[in-house]
Design a protein around this ligand. Structure first.
Ligand SMILES: C[S@@+](CC[C@H](N)C(=O)[O-])C[C@H]1O[C@@H](n2cnc3c(N)ncnc32)[C@H](O)[C@@H]1O
Length: 231
């Protein structure tokens, strides 16, 4: 392993850690990045085909923006967001209290071992989280386990194959201080996207889990892919 790879892996381990999400990346993401990232929610929300009374799970729900959007758009649905950062669960719960969406709640939990019984959810969504999971396949198995038969999952993730130009365009939406923009761009290109997964890798990880249909597509105008899974 080269010096550069070693350094990257260290940063990647940092980015994957609960501590980072509690103390550094969580606050930075919620304040500076969420606005840019949440623009692509709308690109797939229409595809969820959510029954009005659906039970929905958001894995790696972070500050809870997507969960709350869904809870507000579907007042008879029940939405639960799960995240392994206590800081993020607190931030999402504050946000939920401010909006008064009482059909939405946020709990602490690990994607590797979802704190739910089998076949509880009609839809599972997960945005920008699977690249941090230590074992993507195990997380996908967990999603399969908690979905009802006929249920569907929608997973969007930073595509490692995205052109650098597209990542830098996406970064322009971050609200950051000019002096550290170059550093943020470097970290995003090299670590967040550079050590993320590709659409092919995510698709391959669904092998032999038991999903009836799997499709992966690139999100138009964003350096992300969207994977759709049907149980
Ligand atoms: C980039 S944020 C995305 C947050 C949210 N989905 C959104 O789109 O705004 C990634 C989130 O995944 C969470 N996460 C990472 N690994 C996780 C795991 N193993 N289990 C649960 N949550 C995890 C982090 O704590 C963080 O809140």
């Amino acid at each position: 392993m080269s010096y550069k790879q070693g350094k990257r892996s260290l940063l990647k381990r940092f980015a994957d850690s609960q501590w980072a999400w509690d103390h550094v990346l969580g606050p930075a993401y919620n304040r500076r990045i969420l606005k840019a990232a949440s623009r692509h929610y709308l690109l797939f929300i229409g595809e969820l085909d959510l029954p009005n009374t659906a039970e929905v799970l958001d894995v790696g729900s972070g500050p809870g923006h997507l969960s709350l959007m869904l809870a507000q758009d579907y007042p008879d649905a029940k939405v639960v967001g799960v995240d392994y950062s206590e800081g993020q669960v607190r931030a999402a719960s504050h946000r939920r209290n401010r909006t008064g969406a009482d059909n939405c709640r946020f709990i602490y939990g690990d994607a590797m071992d979802l704190p739910f019984e089998d076949s509880m959810f009609d839809r599972v969504v997960s945005l920008g989280s699977i690249k941090y999971w230590p074992d993507m396949k195990r997380g996908l198995k967990e999603i399969h386990r908690v979905l009802v038969t006929g249920g569907r999952a929608f997973i969007a993730e930073a595509d490692r194959d995205s052109p650098r130009r597209e990542v830098l365009d996406f970064n322009r939406g971050f609200t950051t201080f000019p002096v550290i923009r170059n550093l943020i761009n470097w970290f995003t290109v090299e670590v967040i996207f550079g050590e993320s997964v590709t659409a092919e890798e995510a698709e391959a990880a669904t092998d032999s889990i038991g999903f009836q249909q799997v499709s992966v597509e690139k999100l138009e105008g964003f350096p992300f892919f969207l994977m759709k899974l049907h149980k």
